[in-house]
Design a protein. Sequence first.
Length: 472
Amino acid sequence: MTDPRLEGTDIADSVLDLIGDTPVVRMKRISELEGIDCVLALKAESTNPGGSSKDRPALEMILAAERDGQLKPGGTIVEPTSGNTGVGLAIVAAQRGYKCVFVMTDKVAPEKISLLKAYGAEVIVCPVAVEPDDPQSYYSVAERLTNELGAFRPNQYDNPHNPKAHELTTGPELWQQTAGRITHFVAGAGTCGSITGVARYLKSMNPDIKIIAADPEGSVFSGGSGRPYLVEGVGEDFFPAAWEPDLLDDIIAISDEESFLTARYVSESEGILIGGSGGMAVAAAIKVAKAADPDDIVVVFNPDSGRGYLSRVFDDDWMANFGFIRECEQCVGAVLDARNASIENLLYVNPAQLVSEAIDLMRTNGVSQLPVCKNTPPFAAAEVSGAVDELELMEAIHGDPGVLSTPVDKAMGPKLPTIGVGQKLERAVEMLESAPALLVLSGGRPLSVLTRTDVLTYFSATAAALNGADNG
């Protein structure tokens, strides 16, 4: 019950009353720069108290659990999260007296972990490069903790109150804010709560409204296998309960590179700081808007703020190390260009291959190191599990000839140090002083192995070219 002393004032009774009613703003500068004729607008969910759209389902799921008797006073909430749902749950829990334990993957930006701890939550970090049913996966760990602690798990992936929250609030807001003239809605899909809930409402008001899902390359929603990608909070390796493909008119796959560069582009051009998943959604929305009619209104759903990604998307060193941006003209890529290196001819071995096969591959191609990668190319950086080195293998086989017939993953060493294709060559030289080879990343994916011989050959060729020019 609201305090009667607040009647007639603009003072909210609690932070929970500030959830929702987020603004919609036209992306005027992007429209001008991209030659877009229709109205392209952004639903700014970062203005929610927790800074993201996840505040909406967090409140709805906890209220429903209280009504159903699943959550008792003083209880504990356990949830696997990429960060934003955890923040929403932590805010509601703080207001209603619950403890929180959140399980996250190690691809999540460190500031998100710090943020959840700031709200008084306990955070458990799990490896991302494991299968969903692996005991170490964040789904499995969350399930175990729920049982051990006798806790309530909202389970945003299966909870019907996740999409319901957006059907009750976000959808009606968009309809009202566009005076019922919205023609396209573009959003990322993760738990599918936001896109499904909004789609249900908008389609009920006008079945002709187009609903477009933006999806990371590799996610199952756009036909991938669920293999690792770097964009956080969207895409999946399974189909959650709220996945309703019949509501979708299109699904657009967007690479990590385009997602991150678009996030930086929007932040610099519009003055709206968005994260990687927001960049992914805007990248898809730009494609939609370019094909739309001048009278159309395309609204893109921005789930959160870029402040949660300052150590990743907006950190030049991080972006350069993954090969998303270039630091200079004479960079690592120049060496690979001279060698005609490409993702298509990346040499590697799978963990299950025999050591003898790895040796044959090294001998045939005249290389001394091979990365050990799961699956088949193109690889995500997280799919590199180690490396084999001819010197180390020689020593191992000398001690035990049986090593030749063992799987590579039993004899491999640690991963090769990584460097971005656009990083300075002088950095590669420094790193090669202590490592025999480096794994070069481009667009977040392994591109090639760079050796000392490669750099020496490049320097020799460059010097010879300069001497020839001088003599000429």
